[in-house]
Design a binder for this molecule. Structure first.
Ligand code: FES
Length: 158
């Protein structure tokens, strides 16, 4: 199962971050950024706490948390698989790559596997267009992929 990050200790940390920014202008982004670091995500529970403490409507916080790609709503898996859907990768078949990974791991884009091992995300251009189509697993980069390469790559992390 996914490791429980929603501990009292982490909520205490969040509370002290909130105290630090409370009363200052524009507290929401810095608090969300810190929350993302503390919990590895800004889940609804986390957003609720921020909403109560900063007196900002939950809907507004949810809007911000879902708009910016640096925030995720659930904890990431041990391995985050990013498939670039930037233009160069897209024209070279990135959609097929992402479909294949999704099928092999049985997870939808943006979701984490039940065992907490893999998270699959679509990314914007990561600046490696010469290697299109590109897939990353945490810090590892794989390029010039075809769907036939996917099984072998995934097997390294299983
Ligand atoms: S479009 Fe994928 S790396 Fe640039």
């Amino acid at each position: 199962m996914i490791k429980d990050v929603f501990t009292k200790e982490n909520f205490d940390k969040l509370d002290s971050v909130i105290q630090e920014y409370k009363g200052k202008p524009g507290p929401l982004m810095p608090v969300l950024n810190e929350a993302q670091k503390i919990f590895g995500c800004v889940s609804i529970e986390v957003q609720k706490r921020i909403s109560e403490e900063l007196k900002i409507p939950l809907a507004e916080i949810y809007g911000v948390a879902t708009f910016y790609s640096q925030f995720s709503l659930q904890p990431n898996g041990k391995y985050v698989i990013g498939v670039c859907l930037g233009t160069a990768c897209y024209v070279k078949g990135a959609q097929d790559i992402i479909n294949k990974v999704s099928k092999e791991l049985n997870i939808e884009v943006g979701k984490t596997s039940e065992d907490g091992k893999f998270t699959l995300v679509a990314t914007r251009c990561i600046g490696a267009c010469g290697l299109a189509p590109v897939l990353t697993v945490n810090e590892d980069v794989y390029g010039k992929l075809t769907v036939n390469d996917i099984d072998e790559i995934l097997s390294k992390y299983e």
